[in-house]
Design a binder for this molecule. Sequence first.
Ligand code: AMP
Length: 405
Amino acid sequence: MAFKKLEDLLNEGVESRHILVRSDFNVPLDEEGNITDSGRITASLPTIKALVDGGAKVILSAHLGRPKGQVNPKYSLAPVAEALSEALGQYVALASDVVGEDAHERANGLNDGDVMLIENVRFDPRETSKDEAERGVFADELAALAADNGAFVSDGFGVVHRAQASVYDVAKRLPAYAGKLVEKEITVLSTVAKDPAHPYVVVLGGAKVSDKLGVIEALADKADKVIIGGGMCYTLLAAQGYNVQKSLLQEDQIGACKDLLERFGDKIVLPVDLVAASDFDANAEHKVVALDGIPAGWQSLDIGPESVKAFGDVIATSKTVFWNGPMGVFEMEAFSKGTAGVAQAIIDATANNGSFTVVGGGDSAASVRTLGLNEDGFSHISTGGGASLEYLEGKELPGIAVLEA
Ligand code: AMP
């Protein structure tokens, strides 16, 4: 790895220095604003603790949700500050602004070993601006928080595929290092990307096929099998001629899916049965059906038991598995069995076949915890969905490339 790491920074010494850290605290919240899965907070602790132990003045930056460049209390990092304080066992103050007066005053007032959080960086429209100059001004203001002999630590793996001010531009303005989480993620994912043990099985799910066509194509090239379930499989099934009724369908993608099946048909593994439901509702009437058996006006919300078995058989032979995206609407109990079954098959392959198994990101990682599966049963659970997919596709991640420059 050609970038400087947290360890290098610690060796240089961080005592009394302002260290700006970009973390990934984009946690799911329920309607009352309670954190429903704190996996990303837990994953950020090793870097923060190491800096605290070194006597640094730690300034954390992060985003939450999509406030679209406007201050919106719904997306305040307040619940994160509270959860972090508890997890770290020390008070984490939250500035009332991002790079304003309060953030600066609090940064200047930090004692050695203190930790503070600035408000949601996406409250500022410049964070995600396409205009590099505009982002640059914001990055200057962020860097100013650690201007005096400070440094920047990039530890938000979930955002390193974005050329955003707090991830990318700021790294050009301060001495920049990869945090422990970013280092660990890249170490694991580079093994899968560059030299996966075969058979290499990719399992993909999630809502939209258009988001993932490029991914399927890139991974079908490298993997031995690509298993596809979840909302995205219905456009592929439609491309095979099935009437998917009211299931998720991207009609404008049917042509592209036909093309994909023609080129990679021998590698792509699709469901063989489905769980059809009368409505998109947790209590909807539902039944297991064949691919051509979705009742008129119904929709499929999960893969069926035969599919779980078929997918499981492929997974059982694997030596490497990368999984991204749920197999169905796992948030509803009646439609969670496909995701749970496939996850269990991956856990079993880890234990029984010595398979190296990686769960890629957001929804899939959350589903593992929501479904009460054993997190330790996988070789690695990545904190970044989009970032891990793009890395495995072979794309350059701006937030990593900038650390290597
Ligand atoms: P993504 O955000 O693209 O990873 O998609 C994840 C979402 O897709 C989850 O919230 C699932 O509930 C949803 N999903 C999975 N399968 C289906 C399906 N068959 N019909 C509708 N939504 C689905």
